[in-house]
Design a protein around this ligand. Structure first.
Ligand SMILES: C[S@@+](CC[C@H](N)C(=O)[O-])C[C@H]1O[C@@H](n2cnc3c(N)ncnc32)[C@H](O)[C@@H]1O
Length: 242
């Protein structure tokens, strides 16, 4: 008998909770991999392309756990902001003395994620809050116009680290007063030699927001599409329905 074609209707997809979702760079990749995505961000993100809760991610996650609503989800992604790079002073950030004393949103996020018993991913840039580097991805692995190394801690599951691909050249822009050209753009800041918004969109593979801050905060969707597909493949190989 012919197997039914898997439907991509949202109701039939495994659900993924996208915490600290911003405009959905990570979320879009998981959606492409086959997840139905719901986001949560403390800032009103009108460009987020999926259902979305505005509020403090840790309060929200704690509530989902307390009410057992977390059981709607099969997988969780979290991109907590780094300790020194975020000026937000509301929600968990404020109650923990954000910007004044040591704040570790990563540790608090991990502690709650462990309570969910769900597989999860925590993402951080290089050199910031401490996570286990189970996976490191680079834009060149996906032929993107950014280097954007990102580290991922995998909770409750594993996947293989792909080989790093040598960079094709430099990141375009000024360093110490000297201009360098190159095949990549800098997806941060707005100083000399930085890309225009259309250049950033093309380099990251993100077309649904033209807000520079949202683009510079995002993970390229190619990264999370890769992670999401690997997670679904791992579940399939174990005969587990997500
Ligand atoms: C690094 S960005 C996430 C980028 C996102 N993963 C993407 O790929 O587009 C971090 C986000 O966390 C949000 N944020 C900061 N503190 C928060 C909190 N306590 N609760 C929820 N969101 C928060 C910020 O507004 C920002 O959008």
């Amino acid at each position: 008998m012919t197997q039914p074609t898997p439907t991509l209707r949202a109701a039939n997809r495994p659900r993924l909770l996208d915490l600290f979702s911003c405009a959905g760079g990570a979320g879009a990749g998981y959606a492409r991999a086959g997840f139905a995505v719901d986001g949560c961000d403390i800032v009103r993100r009108l460009n987020y392309p999926f259902p979305y809760h505005q509020g403090d991610a840790l309060t929200y996650l704690a509530r989902l756990i307390d009410t057992s609503e977390i059981r709607r989800y099969a997988f969780v992604h979290a991109s907590p902001p780094c300790q020194h790079g975020c000026a937000l002073t509301v929600g968990t950030n404020a109650s923990q003395g954000w910007g004044r004393t040591h704040v570790d949103l990563v540790a608090r996020t991990r502690a709650l994620l462990d309570k969910t018993s769900l597989p999860y991913v925590i993402e951080q840039p290089n050199g910031r809050a401490r996570i286990r580097r189970d996976l490191t991805l680079c834009g060149e692995m996906f032929g993107l116009g950014v280097i954007r190394h990102r580290n991922f801690e995998l909770g409750g599951w594993t996947m293989e680290q792909p080989a790093h691909v040598p960079h094709r050249g430099r990141v375009r822009g000024y360093r110490h007063g000297r201009f360098y050209d190159g095949p990549y753009v800098a997806a941060y800041g707005s100083g000399g030699g930085k890309p225009s918004v259309p250049e950033l969109q093309a380099a990251m593979g993100i077309g649904w927001t033209d807000v520079r801050e949202e683009l510079t905060e995002a993970i390229p969707p190619a990264y999370t599409e890769f992670i999401g597909r690997a997670h679904l493949a791992a579940l399939n190989s174990l005969g587990v329905a997500a």
